[in-house]
Write a protein that binds this ligand. Structure first.
Ligand code: SAM
Length: 245
C-alpha cells in the first residue's frame, strides 16, 4: 500500500466510531435519500427479480449495504449475497454490528479479493475519491462484474462550473464542516480532507469519460442537491477479461 493510501485508511480507522453520527449531522440526513434513489434506480435498470451477488466496495460502516437489502425486500427482489469490502477494519467493525449476518472482507478497490465475472452489481459510495489508483479500480470492477453487470457510484464530484451556490458550499465545506466534524468526531483533519479531496477529484463528466475508457456504458448520471451528490450507473461492457494472477 502506498503512503497516501495508508494515511487515508488510518484516518478512516480513527474516525470509525463517530463516522455515522458525523455523516448524518454534516449531510443533514440528505445522504439517506441519495442512497435510496441510487439503489432504486439501479434495481430498475438491472431489472432482475433474483440477484446472486452485490458487492459494496469501500462499504465503510455498511449504510449502502443496508439500502441494497431494504429496497430489495420492498421490491420483492431476491438478493442472495451482499458483500462489503473495505481496507479499514475499524469501519467494517461498525458495519458488522449493524449487519451481523453480512459478509465482510478486508480489501482495496484496486485489488479486489473476488472471482472474475461473478458479481451482478458493484457499488461504491463516497469511496472512489479515496482510491489512489482509480484506473486500476475501474479495471477491477470490470473484471469482477458479470458481462452487463452494473457499477453504481455515489460521490462528491468536483464542480463543472461555478454557480451562486458554489460560494455557500465552499464556506460550509472549508469552514463549518471541519469545525462540526471536529466537535462530533474529535478529528478536524478528516473533515478538512473532505473538501480538499473533492477539489482534487474529477468532475462528473471526467469520471464518466474514465468509465467509458474502462469499458463501461453510462446508463444514468445525475447530480442531486445542487450538485452536492453525483450518482452514476454504468453497465459493464468488458468482453475479454484477464483472470487475476
Ligand atoms: C467516506 S467513507 C464511505 C463509506 C460508505 N461507503 C458510506 O457510504 O458511508 C470512505 C471509505 O472508503 C474506504 N477506502 C479508502 N481507500 C479505499 C480503497 N483504496 N479501496 C476501497 N475502500 C477504500 C475507507 O476505509 C472508508 O471506509
Amino acid at each position: 500500500m502506498n503512503k497516501q493510501q495508508e494515511k487515508i485508511v488510518s484516518m478512516f480507522d480513527s474516525i470509525a466510531h463517530r463516522y455515522d453520527i458525523a455523516n448524518r449531522v454534516l449531510s443533514m440526513g440528505v445522504d439517506k435519500s441519495w442512497r435510496d434513489k441510487a439503489v432504486k434506480k439501479a434495481y430498475e435498470i438491472y431489472d432482475q427479480k433474483s440477484i446472486n451477488n452485490i458487492t459494496d466496495v469501500a462499504c465503510g460502516t455498511g449504510d449502502l449495504m443496508i439500502y441494497w437489502q431494504k429496497v430489495a425486500d420492498s421490491l420483492d427482489i431476491k438478493l442472495q449475497n451482499i458483500t462489503g469490502i473495505d481496507p479499514s477494519v475499524k469501519m467494517m467493525d461498525i458495519a458488522k454490528q449493524k449487519i451481523p449476518d453480512g459478509t465482510f472482507v478486508q480489501g482495496f478497490a484496486q485489488d479486489l479479493p473476488l472471482n472474475t465475472d461473478k458479481t451482478d452489481i458493484v457499488s461504491i459510495a463516497y469511496g472512489i475519491r479515496n482510491v489512489t489508483h482509480r484506473a486500476e479500480a475501474f479495471m477491477e470492477f470490470g473484471r469482477v462484474l458479470k458481462p452487463d453487470g452494473l457499477l453504481v457510484i455515489l460521490e462528491f464530484t468536483k464542480e463543472q462550473r461555478k454557480t451562486w451556490f458554489s460560494f455557500i458550499k465552499k464556506i460550509y465545506m472549508t469552514n463549518i464542516m471541519p469545525y462540526i466534524g471536529k466537535l462530533v468526531s474529535g478529528n478536524s483533519e478528516a473533515y478538512r480532507y473532505l473538501p480538499d479531496s473533492i477539489d482534487e477529484f474529477a468532475t462528473s463528466i471526467q469520471l464518466q469519460q474514465e468509465l467509458v475508457e474502462a469499458g463501461f456504458e453510462i446508463k444514468f448520471a445525475q447530480d442531486y442537491s445542487m450538485g452536492m451528490n453525483t450518482t452514476i450507473i454504468a453497465k459493464n461492457r468488458n468482453k475479454t477479461k484477464k483472470e487475476k494472477l
